[in-house]
Design a binder for this molecule. Structure first.
Ligand code: 13P
Ligand code: SF4
Length: 320
């Protein structure tokens, strides 16, 4: 039975590769996708790397294995290409915490403020923003804004708090959070760090554990030694370059696949093994195959929205 399932998966992968060639398609996969999809993809990466890859590709068709806001970003950057998302239900709890109506109301309360939106937002929210940012470049983006300007930072309160600490600037923060990262709690971090004092601690800035961890680190209650705040791609790069043999990983568990694959002699332990994003895991080989056969589900951002959103994205790409 196991062998039969493996053979079916292998056949499906071969079919997908054939269709991909036939259609001059490229498959992009976020670092939280299931392992077999990361292995099949032409490129894997974090939000920033995938946005860049989408902008640079010569392919006619982009199959985006990630969540909706990422496919929208790819469509904004490549208006002449077809962008497909295999799972149309792939949303994001963080992006859903703010819509364009709420943003306009917030802006009215802070006239003249500069709006910095994390990439985990809808295209409409990006279109109402001055700058876009990702976890890899949020600090650089905020540092590029004149010091006398008020900044509305959205939607992730943990990332925003971290950026405040690193830049020394007071930001207006939207109280949004991702349910997966908010579920990685400080008590889990403390417990696993006590069990593995020799290990390095890699933490995504969206984590619920981050703000308390930073606070305790600045107080000296939690050791700063071996703690690194990084985007998903930043974590992968760090793990490869570091001489350490054990890493505690505070983000969605999909990232462990490439970490282990790239570093056979090293150990990677999730701080919370239940940190699973169901939106990311909804993409399957079957759905990718269907996507290529039936040309579904196309992600197209209306031109007026795309043009405005592009300004915010381009400003980010120029800075990082
Ligand atoms: P990265 O930009 O680090 O890939 O993060 C995106 C995301 O959705 C985190 O949950
Ligand atoms: Fe959104 Fe959180 Fe899933 Fe990332 S892990 S896609 S922020 S719900």
């Amino acid at each position: 039975m196991q062998r039969l399932q493996t053979t079916q998966a292998e056949q499906m992968i071969e079919e997908i590769k054939r269709l991909k060639e036939q259609r001059n398609a490229v498959i992009l996969a976020h670092n939280y996708q299931v392992g077999e999809i990361q292995d099949l993809a032409d490129y894997t990466g974090d939000s920033l790397k995938l946005s860049r890859q989408a902008a640079e590709t010569d392919a006619d068709l982009i199959v985006f294995c990630g969540v909706n806001f990422m496919a929208e970003t790819a469509s904004i950057l490549c208006p002449d290409k077809t962008v497909l998302i295999p799972d149309p239900e792939a949303g994001c709890s963080l992006a859903d915490t703010i819509n364009v109506r709420q943003l306009r109301t917030w802006k009215r309360k802070h006239p003249g403020a500069v709006v910095v939106s994390y990439v985990n937002t809808s295209a409409e929210v990006k279109a109402e923003s001055d700058y876009c940012c990702t976890s890899a470049n949020a600090i650089k983006v905020v540092n590029a804004i004149p010091a006398d300007r008020e900044i509305l930072f959205l939607p992730d309160v943990f990332l925003g708090t971290y950026v405040e600490q690193e830049t020394g600037r007071k930001l207006q923060l939207w109280p949004g959070e991702c349910h997966v990262h908010a579920g990685i709690r400080p008590d889990m971090v403390n417990a696993i760090r006590q069990q593995h004092p020799e290990a390095e601690f890699l933490v995504h800035p969206e984590c619920g554990c981050l703000t308390p961890s930073l606070y305790y680190m600045s107080n000296g209650d939690v050791s700063k030694n071996g703690a690194h705040v990084l985007s998903t791609e930043g974590m992968l790069k760090y793990a490869k370059e570091s001489c350490s043999s054990c890493f505690l990983v505070a983000t969605e568990v999909g990232i462990l696949h490439r970490m282990m694959k790239d570093n056979p002699g090293k150990t990677f332990l999730p701080v919370n093994p239940d940190a699973v994003c169901e939106y990311m895991k909804g993409t399957t080989l079957d759905k990718i195959y269907r996507s290529l056969i039936d040309n579904v589900y196309e992600v197209k951002v209306p031109k007026a929205v795309a043009t405005k959103a592009r300004v915010a994205i381009d400003r980010m790409l120029q800075i990082s």
